[in-house]
Design a protein around this ligand. Sequence first.
Ligand code: NDP
Ligand code: 2IT
Length: 445
Amino acid sequence: MNQYIASVLGDLKARYPHQPEFLQAAEEILPTLTAVFDRHPEYRDAALLERFVEPERAILFRVPWVDDEGHTRINRGYRVQFSSAIGPYKGGLRFHPSVTLGMLKFLALEQTLKNSLTGLPLGAAKGGADFNPRGKSDGEVMRFCQSFMTELARHIGPSMDVPAGDIGVGAREIGFMFGQYKRLVARHEGVLTGKGMGYGGSQARTEATGYGLMYLVKTMLDNHDLSPDGMRAVISGSGNVAIFAAEKAAQMGASVIAMSDSEGFILDEAGIDLSCVKTLKLNERARISEYPKRTGRGRFQPGAKGIWQLPCDLALPCATQNELDGGSASVLIKNGVKAVAEGANMPATLSASHAFQEAGVLFMPGKAANAGGVAVSAFEMTQNAGFTSWTFDKVDRELQAVMDRIYHRVAHTAARYGKAGDFILGANVAGFIKVADAMMAQGVV
Ligand code: NDP
Ligand code: 2IT
């Protein structure tokens, strides 16, 4: 790490000691940019890195709503508009009790590089609230979403900032938020992505992140004389990303033997029955522990992290940040894992990702591996702006092309910087250079 990068990182640590996830993301990204700054002294002269690590804007607001018992509740809402260097702000909304400003800064920083890597004109943002949708009625979720959007609406717009879903925000929440936005501004416009098919959504947006993850994994495996066909796959989570990663992995011939939620995991050596998981998690909002009772197969074990003790060839963490630590990585390596790709954002800790790299396990970071979701969000924006809609096959083909390009861009950049196979460095550098050049061209803003 050169001195300039070390000093910017040191300043961040001193300034934001209460934002551990943001510091963790910065610590993963900044040291990998050393060769870039060595080659571009003009970046340093323009204080480019100091500007890059600060969000352009962060909005905090209260979200008051009334529960079914008539009690007034208050949550904290946020939108972190991190970078508009290469396009309008773009990124998801997360509703989860763990949401804080620091958490969203980490996600928005990752999103900045991810969106750049797609090759599409997308800036980056992230937002959400410390609201827990679990156990809330549809009416409570609707009132919360309406209150959240009443404030957020004044900060977003189709060519300014276009939110989407993330943890705890799916089709239901996007629908409620879109309805309230439309009521406030009296315009039917593409201000959110992940909308329902009947009112401006895109085919394949629901599947995009999980499918895209497997398209990239397949390309990565192909380039190393491996194939998903016949692999034993373990996929954490059972939400939007995990379910469609599992679906595509199975279509590619892998046997998905385990999935999880925050309470534990299911193991089914016959291959997970995905239609059951979809019914449980997407329709009924139930717990994954119900799976053995519903199918008469497999077993449930409490403790989400236990999933990494299972021997497998392919590990896809698709639940949440820091769910796969150094200890779990050692077990996976000992059990012979061949490839790990992050469907979630930063699910592997720094020590886990480095352990995989040192052991020669193919490791693809989330900002490359899970970029299919935001790429199809960009296609949804394109369709909305052109007042048209594409077929599922067209979106799926375009998604495959984007994921293929991302893999090659990441692998090529790593090799060009003398670190062939280091996809963390490849993704960070390739993503960063496009943003940095755009910032240089636009002056001190
Ligand atoms: P969902 O809300 O649909 O599903 C989240 C899943 O992760 C659930 O199974 C949930 O279990 C589990 N989970 C959530 N929080 C925790 C936790 N603290 N500990 C253990 N398990 C947890 O979210 P998504 O599938 O959309 O998102 C999953 C990940 O993928 C996130 O990191 C997100 O940022 C990332 N991502 C999402 C994209 C998208 O398009 N949706 C795009 C790119 C990345 P439970 O039901 O018990 O809470
Ligand atoms: O982390 C992510 O990339 C997302 N949650 C999707 C963002 C988007 O705008 O589709």
